[in-house]
Design a protein around this ligand. Structure first.
Ligand code: NDP
Length: 308
């Protein structure tokens, strides 16, 4: 009963797309979706850039639809986290879940995604999706003619600031270090500095994100002068890095120094019979549509392996 052709680990966009494809190809598919299931789109509001939805679609609704579609083709779901994987394609993989269940399979598709690093500032969690965001491309358009802040001094923060400047009236970039020690590349800093809507605040960290039901202001501390001040704004975009959710894999599969799974060719990983898709192998694009695309690719590669 617990033996599958493929176990997909992850119930976000990439894992659901893989599951639609594998189960539609008559592969007996188990999706161990994680808990809470659904990935990053579950805490996104409206998704306006997923092709096929000219009026936009709410993130959770898109996930629900994709899950129904996978179920229609026969995918079984388990909303738990995976704790370990062992074995091989030749002898069969053994996958254990948090609830103590064990499953075997001939192949595995890893689709565990990544999580934005959080600031840990008061107000951040309460006001998440009510002004606090971790993705300018996803949410920037909701801040037309509004004031926003971007937190971080890396390339992600520079990119987010420039992107947001297309919509926002002013973009405050809050960098905790000095101008000389910014991590962003020189060209990105230069481009951002030239942007008339962007204002840099160095040596500046958020002490609190404040607002009743939505973001109204941030209280910031300047570490040089040791003084607090307020910036009135409507949005806070946290861009202090991402962390792929790959810790549970240990050394089973090759990863880069940041924990992203290394893709050897197409969607193969260093372990034969284990494929990867979505953000856990993608530090660059991180879009719902690119996750879906690689989800389909992993399923096709998996199907090819099993048909031989
Ligand atoms: P980085 O790790 O490069 O930068 C993270 C930034 O966040 C740093 O400025 C860091 O400050 C700051 N930070 C970390 N924690 C906190 C905190 N608690 N409070 C305030 N600030 C904090 O991450 P990125 O996501 O920017 O970039 C990751 C990789 O992706 C890089 O290699 C980058 O070059 C690449 N990238 C490339 C792009 C491109 O080429 N178009 C676009 C986006 C990313 P501190 O320096 O003080 O530690």
């Amino acid at each position: 009963m617990n033996n599958y052709d493929v176990i997909v680990i992850g119930g976000g966009v990439s894992g659901l797309t893989s599951s639609i494809y594998t189960s539609r190809s008559f592969l007996k598919t188990l999706n161990i979706a994680g808990f809470p299931a659904g990935g990053q789109l579950m805490w996104t509001t409206e998704v306006e850039n997923f092709p096929g939805f000219p009026e936009g679609i709410m993130g959770p609704e898109l996930i629900e639809n994709m899950r129904k579609q996978a179920e229609k083709f026969g995918t079984t779901f388990l909303d738990e986290n995976v704790t370990s994987i062992s074995g091989s394609h030749e002898t069969g993989f053994l996958v254990k879940s948090e609830g103590g269940s064990e499953f075997t399979s001939k192949s595995i598709i890893i689709a565990v995604g990544s999580s934005p690093k959080k600031l840990g500032a008061p107000g951040e969690d309460n006001l998440s999706a009510r002004g606090v965001s971790y993705c300018a491309v996803c949410d920037g358009a909701f801040f037309k003619e509004k004031a926003v802040a971007v937190v971080g001094g890396g390339d992600s923060a520079m990119e987010e600031a420039n992107y947001l400047s297309k919509y926002a009236s002013e973009v405050h970039v809050l960098v905790r270090g000095t101008e000389d020690n910014m991590r962003a590349s020189a060209i990105m800093i230069e481009r951002t500095k030239k942007n008339p809507k962007v204002k840099f605040h160095f040596n500046t960290q958020i002490k609190e994100i404040a607002g009743e039901n939505k973001v109204e202001k941030v209280i910031v501390t300047n570490s040089e002068t040791n003084t607090d001040s307020e910036i009135v704004l409507q949005g806070v975009f946290v861009a202090i890095g991402w962390k792929p959710n790959t810790d549970f894999l240990g050394n089973l599969i090759e990863k880069d120094s940041a924990g992203y799974i290394k893709v050897t060719n197409n969607t193969n990983t260093s372990l034969h019979g284990v494929f990867v898709c979505g953000d856990s192998a993608d530090p660059r694009y991180r879009q719902a549509i690119t996750a879906a695309g690689t989800g389909a690719m992993a399923a096709i590669d998996c199907e090819k392996l099993l048909s031989h």
